[in-house]
Design a binder for this molecule. Structure first.
Ligand SMILES: Cc1cc2nc3c(=O)[nH]c(=O)nc-3n(C[C@H](O)[C@H](O)[C@H](O)COP(=O)(O)OP(=O)(O)OC[C@H]3O[C@@H](n4cnc5c(N)ncnc54)[C@H](O)[C@@H]3O)c2cc1C
Length: 484
């Protein structure tokens, strides 16, 4: 059974306009938001219903062909990079909001619904969906579930995993999987948390039930300037230590504000080595109290200036600058590589200094934009892919940052996922026994390893090559485990 026979099967299951076979039609799907990795899929399938998704999966399972799910393709870790021998399964046409229930405060969504669309649809009821990735105008709920995405307001309101009540999806053999639901708890193992963040390796998500929350009546934003990044990092730790959980607590260094300001005109302090954006929300009285306390802590932590926004327009402009920080990197350099690691907040200053030293060593500039309150770093390494060896240097620079995160008790990803990009760093973060457990979970959902193979879970051989596994006398540990 070859590719032609798979295409014939898919042709019987889907309408003609749901299959892209010509090279020029498949080419736009060759990469996601990390374009250094590109592969041309053999077929692109664009189903409109769960039945069509199931039919695609069943056909691929029968023919032993890999399948990569794709939402909007904004992922930054190469998770939706196609498999060169596989089918790219785009969920973009399954983009209906199935129900908004203001009583239960939930929304039932097809996976291709864009993140921002959910809050727009809930707005007439005074509700919204809290996780707000900076890519929210474009990224899909299915992609958010697969990556366990975060955003500026996740410090107070939680990540995707904390805001998803249930998912329905299909395994590679077409089996329907229902996890969680509208009731507060479901019997059995908490497989919903396992599915959220599984990067398309366990199931293809076809429906998502999310929590909606009441829009706070009042929100105010404070911008604080610091003369050095170390102090700014320490101020973040001080705000949390004071018992304040702001609605958002972000940091941008001078390179980031300088990149954003000319095109967003947000009004950042361009003299400051780093600025913090601290948002408070709630009732007017709660916000007034919290803002006063935030101002006090920031000043005591060495802020050179503290500005409280006086209008909603000013608040929106400052957030818009933060949310456009990655695209703004394009003004500084032909290419950029956005990293994503976490560290305990108290080490923010130390990591920023270490990154500065790495810039000199790798001869590459790096601007820093952080979800600082979560200890989630987004160093943006600037490079030129046309310069020989430059991407390799950027990649090593990024890997060193992630290794430092692990050394300090953090992790190699806060919200962008592992994908292909951080697969080697998984060998640093996790022990052979932990990686074997990941393989066992994968095998229990997808024994043939057809769903998004080569992503997230490193093979034992890969870790050996990366120098993080001890191979004695040519004998791999755990020879009984399948290599995906
Ligand atoms: C400018 C910019 C800013 C960003 N800011 C943030 C941010 O603030 N926070 C954040 O967390 N991320 C951010 N991201 C990363 C990205 O937007 C998120 O990871 C997002 O959730 C990806 O959604 P997507 O629909 O584009 O998924 P895709 O990129 O299409 O896919 C991502 C992964 O999900 C899998 N997948 C997609 N749909 C399904 C499905 N239905 N079922 C099973 N698996 C599926 C894919 O196989 C892949 O592994 C940013 C990206 C950009 C370009």
């Amino acid at each position: 059974m070859g590719l032609q026979s798979l295409i014939a099967d898919l042709g019987r299951a889907l309408p003609a306009d749901a299959l892209l076979l010509k090279e020029e039609e498949r080419r736009p799907y060759e990469c996601d938001g990390l374009p250094v990795f590109r592969e041309l899929p053999q077929v692109v399938a664009l189903p409109r219903s769960e039945d069509e998704v199931r039919a695609v999966l069943r056909a691929c399972h029968r023919h032993g062909v890999p399948v990569v799910a794709r939402g909007s393709g904004t992922g930054l870790s190469g998770g939706a990079t196609p498999h060169p021998q596989g089918v790219l399964l785009s969920l973009a046409r399954m983009n209906r909001i199935l129900a908004i229930d203001p009583q239960a405060r939930t929304a039932r969504l097809e996976p291709g619904v864009r993140n921002l669309q959910v809050s727009e649809a809930a707005a007439p009821h005074g509700l919204y969906y809290a996780p707000d990735p900076s890519s929210q105008v474009a990224c899909s709920i299915g992609g958010n579930v697969a990556e366990n995405s975060g955003g500026v307001h996740c410090l107070k309101y939680g990540l995707t995993v904390h805001n998803v009540l249930g998912v329905r999806g299909y395994a590679i053999d077409g089996e329907r999987i229902e996890l969680g639901g509208p009731a507060p708890d479901a019997p059995g193992l908490d497989l919903l948390s396992l599915a959220v963040g599984s990067e398309g390796l366990l199931l293809v998500v076809t429906e998502v039930l999310v929590k909606l929350i009441a829009r706070p009546p009042c929100a105010q934003l404070v911008m604080a300037s610091f003369a050095d990044v170390h102090r700014a990092g320490d101020a973040v730790a001080a705000v949390i230590a004071a018992g304040i959980i702001p609605a958002g607590l972000e940091m941008m260094d001078r390179k980031a504000t300088a990149a954003v300001e000319p095109f967003v005109h947000a009004g950042y302090d361009l003299e400051a080595a780093a600025v913090l954006l601290v948002e408070s929300d709630g009732t007017a009285a709660e916000v007034a109290d919290e803002v006063a306390e935030v101002e006090r802590v920031l000043k005591a932590s060495g802020a050179t200036a503290v500005r409280v926004c006086t209008s909603e327009a000013e608040r929106q402009r400052l957030w818009s600058g933060r949310k456009n920080a990655f695209p703004a990197a394009g003004r500084l350099s032909p290419d950029y590589y956005c990293m994503d690691g976490t560290i305990p907040r108290r080490h923010l200053g130390r990591v920023l200094e270490a990154i500065e030293a790495m810039e000199a060593r790798y001869k590459l500039r790096c601007m820093n934009v952080f979800h600082a309150g979560d200890g989630n770093l987004h160093p943006v390494i600037l490079f030129d892919a046309n310069e020989p060896g430059c991407w390799e240097r950027a990649e090593r620079f990024g890997a060193e940052i992630l290794e430092l995160c692990v050394e300090l008790g953090g992790t190699i990803t806060g919200e962008h996922g592992v994908g292909i990009e951080k697969i080697n760093s998984m060998c640093v973060q996790f022990s052979p026994a932990e990686r074997a457990a990941f393989c066992a979970v994968k095998e229990s959902f997808d024994p043939a390893g057809l769903l998004n193979p080569g992503k997230l879970i490193p093979t034992l051989a890969r870790c050996a090559e990366y120098g993080r596994m001890h191979v004695h006398a040519g004998r791999l540990p755990h020879p009984e485990l399948p290599r995906f």
